[in-house]
Design a binder for this molecule. Sequence first.
Ligand SMILES: [Zn+2]
Length: 349
Amino acid sequence: MEHWKLKRQRFADSPGTNLPEPNRNFCCQHASSTRSLGCVGLRLLLELLFTLSKQGLNPRTGCLLCRPLENFHAARIAQRDQRSTRGAEENEVEWLGSLNQSVGNNLERARSQTVNPGTITNMIKSGHLSCRLLLSLPLVLTLVIGDASQAQTPALGTAKHPIIDSKMSEKEAFDGLDPKCPDEIRKRQRLITLKYYSMDKQIHQGQLVIDRDLKSDIKNVFALALKEHFPIYSVIPISDKRFRKDNRWDDELSMEANNTSAFNYREITGGGRLSNHAYGRAIDINTFLNPYIKGDLILPHGAKYNPTVVGTFTPDNPIVREFLRLGWDWGGNWTSPKDYQHFEKPLKK
Ligand SMILES: [Zn+2]
């Protein structure tokens, strides 16, 4: 145990950390797009503020907000003046005249104020009420958008907000399944969600398809791995598009990606009979770090078994011990082949 913990400290330099990232960017992209939205909104508001600072209370152009109102009423008064001066209309003209007077007075007051147009603070203090409200709006919205952006981008990689490696529906998890898979086997499979500490020292969340009787064993093992900070690279069902070849589930592609998976209706490596993976009763973990070795054949291609690299299984590893305690068999204990990634618990006949 102590030996394993010392290895943990060196894993930043391990080959596993240089493997291709399967899907680490989804959440980060989402976060940056949220931030971009906030930035665009803020930029628009600042541009509006800038425009108003140039024109809003400039004595030569008048108030940007009041000018259209003033023009509108002046036009209506002119129209009314040209019409007959019947009683009802006289009253309306009188009312419009007083309104126009009021608007004119406001404009005069704004023009007479000794405001430096470039000073936003002065504009807010001495502008019309509508100007004050509008000029205050960017400040309020900036605060609101800032808070909203922060609320939508919590720190990822924690137990509360794990990095999501897989979020499939039931249908997606079995899409592309070999049609030869018997219905009784398919019906025993369960899609479960798991959290794990990964190579980037963050907490991730993935999914596994496993026989219904082995759910609690797997949850025990993953809880221990999380507690011990034993890194698991990714846990993504093999039906994922990245692990397809000719639209069929491909174990080799999953292994090359250092991915962890369980159910796969297939024969054992080399063929001849169904693997325990075909029943959802075997799991392969950190497959690139823990290869299958038979003579000169090493799978996945390019992998190398190096017990000093963290994420690699050895007989003293707590995960291996926990699997054995729960009655599972470990391929690292076999003579030939050696299958370091493989743990299985066959159905009792
Ligand atoms: Zn296996």
